[in-house]
Structure formats: C-alpha cells, structure tokens
Design a protein around this ligand. Structure first.
Ligand code: ADP
Ligand code: MG
Length: 321
C-alpha cells in the first residue's frame, strides 16, 4: 500500500503525546494496549493543533474521496464514509459493487492501488502503514481463513496470531517510553477462557484442529473469537455471500452484539438485509458501482429489502437519488 500515485501525504505534525497534558488521555481512549491511541505511542501523529476541542471533533475513522484501482481498472470511485467510536455501520450493496475491495483497502491488502483520497484513523493517514501496523493500531479485518493446517489447534493458531499483534503493540508502547506488559501463554489462556465465556462458546472449540471440517458457523466463530481477543477499536466484518447459513448469521450477530461497545467502531459489510434483523446498525450505507449512493438509518435496510437493488439502481441511473 505504499504505491500511492496521487494525493501522497505525509502525516506530519505534533504527536498527541506532546500536544495533550497528562490526564487528557481519557478523552481519546481507555488507555489499554488495545487502543490505537495508547499513551506513549510516538509514531502516530495527532491533530495539527493543540486545541483539545479539535481533538474531540476528529472522527475516529474517516474515508474521504477514496478511489481504488485493481489492475488499472477503477473499482472504488470516490467513497466517503465516517465512523465514530461506538457506532455500528452497515455497508450494503449488490455483488460486485466494491464492498470487499473497500474492506481489503482498509486492512492494507497490497494488491489494491489507492489513486486518490484518504483513510484517516484518529487523524492518522493509515494508507502510509503496512497491514500489520494497521492491525497493531487496532484495526481488525477477519483473517483470511487459512486452509487446513494439520496438527494446529484453534487455541494455538489464535495464540500465535493474537500474541504477535498484542506483543508488537506492547513493544511499540515500550519503545516510546510507555509501559505495557507482553502477553504470556498463561495470560493468553486466561483471556481466551474469558472471551469464550463472553461469547458463550464451548470450551472444546479451542482444542479443535484448525479448519478441519469446520462448518460455516464454526469458521465465523473462529473469526469472532479472534476479534474478541484482539480487542480492536475499528472492526471490519465482510460477510461474503457464501457461508452465511443461519448458524453463521447467529454467531456473527451475537458476537458483534457482545463485543461492540462505546470504544469500538464497526463496519459490517453485508449483501443481505437479514443480518440486520439481528444486529441493529446505527447507520446504513448502500454502495453501487464503487460509490455510496444512499445513506440513512436502520430503516434504509428494510426499504432496500422491499425495493430491491434493481429499482434502486434504476433510480440512481435516472438521477433521482
Ligand atoms: P463486492 O464485495 O461488493 O461483491 P468486490 O469488491 O468483490 O465487490 O468487487 C468489485 C469489483 O472489482 C468487481 O467488478 C470485481 O470483479 C472486481 N474485482 C475484485 N477483485 C478483483 C481482482 N483481484 N482482480 C480483478 N478484479 C477484481
Ligand atoms: Mg464481497
């Protein structure tokens, strides 16, 4: 993602560490290592001003005029989307409209070329960062589900994935003079137990071998558990059209409902309205042909279901929307 051709911008300016007096950290997060803005992190740049009110009005996650190419074909054609802490946003749209492309670009997949626009996370331009750096800052995209890894249990896989990210985060904080403890295997086991209880998952799930005969619902369970363990502040869940049986729907919705909270923003990508029967988003955005063509509250998803994408497409084409 370092191949930006247009709109290249260094995220300069003062760091938050310098611009905020001690005690102000509560404004920007809970101070846990899961927080993308943990105290002492110096490689992130805060707002360009010392005015604390400005900080409060900085959106947590802001996509502006995003244009993205895949193999020289423009897929995203100027996407604008703002997500604040505590908000659940649903992104809907017909197949091929660019929803998954947006998810991958947020996560930092290298195949996608951003030609114009920006994505800012707490004021920091994340297009400058590699995928793993984004994850350490608290951005979550469900892992690309690995194919069967013989002999690797769910617990071991998650321990590697989660301790890598969390320990790298802790190391960044320490390098910047802050204090953060690394996660030991024992601590990981305790955390996993706690999160599995929260998500009402059976203990035996952790000892299952990765992906061996997993149902759609079990794959989703693994994804949601990984999210719970990473404690992201910005979670992107791309519910692809396949594998969304009722069991999977239930797992995703119960997981999101259990994990979403005042510190977390969620972007829930779904083709179908039915997922939104279980998760009530605060905002709904509809994407068509690489643009967001309509936005509203939860009622918009129901309108869309009644109307269908084709009627909406006709209205968009006719310039009525
Ligand atoms: P959605 O998730 O809304 O179904 P996608 O983001 O997957 O849409 O796809 C958007 C468009 O980008 C489609 O026209 C698709 O064919 C194209 N596309 C997606 N991935 C690739 C790729 N790796 N190479 C070429 N074209 C792609
Ligand atoms: Mg998709």
């Amino acid at each position: 993602m370092r191949s930006r051709k247009f709109g290249e911008r260094k995220s300069g300016g003062k760091t938050l560490t310098k611009s905020l007096p001690k005690g102000e950290w509560s404004r920007v997060g809970n101070g846990s290592i899961a927080d993308g803005w943990s105290a002492g992190t110096t490689d992130v740049s805060g707002p360009q001003t010392e005015d604390k009110f400005d900080l409060m009005s900085t959106p947590m996650f802001e996509i502006e005029n995003l244009h993205v190419n895949i193999e020289d074909k423009e897929i995203l054609k100027g996407v604008n989307l703002t997500i604040n802490k505590g908000e659940v946003h649903a992104l809907m749209g017909p197949n091929g409209s660019g929803k998954s492309t947006l998810a991958y670009v947020i996560a930092g997949h290298p195949s996608y070329e951003v030609t114009e626009g920006s994505i800012r996370y707490n004021g920091l331009d994340i297009l400058e960062l590699e995928a793993d750096e984004r994850a350490r800052k608290g951005i979550f995209l469900a892992f690309q589900y690995p194919t069967v890894i013989p002999g690797v249990s769910m617990a071991n896989f998650l321990r590697m994935a989660v301790t890598n990210t969390r320990n790298a985060r802790a190391a960044e904080i320490e390098a910047a003079g802050g204090s953060a403890t690394k996660m030991t295997p024992r601590e990981f086991r305790r955390l996993m137990k706690e999160k599995m209880a929260l998500l009402k998952m059976d203990d035996s799930f952790a000892t299952r071998y990765l992906n061996e005969g997993f149902s759609g619902g079990e794959k989703k369970r693994a994804e949601i558990l990984q999210m719970a363990l990473l404690e992201p502040t910005m979670a992107v869940l791309d519910e692809t059209d396949s594998g969304l049986d009722i069991d999977a729907l239930r797992v995703v919705s119960e997981g999101v409902n259990a994990l979403a909270g005042p510190e977390m923003g969620v972007l829930l990508i779904t083709h179908y309205q039915r997922l939104l029967n279980y998760i009530k988003p605060h905002f709904v955005h509809i994407m068509m042909d690489g643009r967001i063509v309509q936005e509203g509250g939860p009622e918009l998803a129901h309108e869309l279901e009644a109307k269908g994408y084709e009627l909406l497409r006709a209205e968009v084409t006719a310039g009525a929307i």
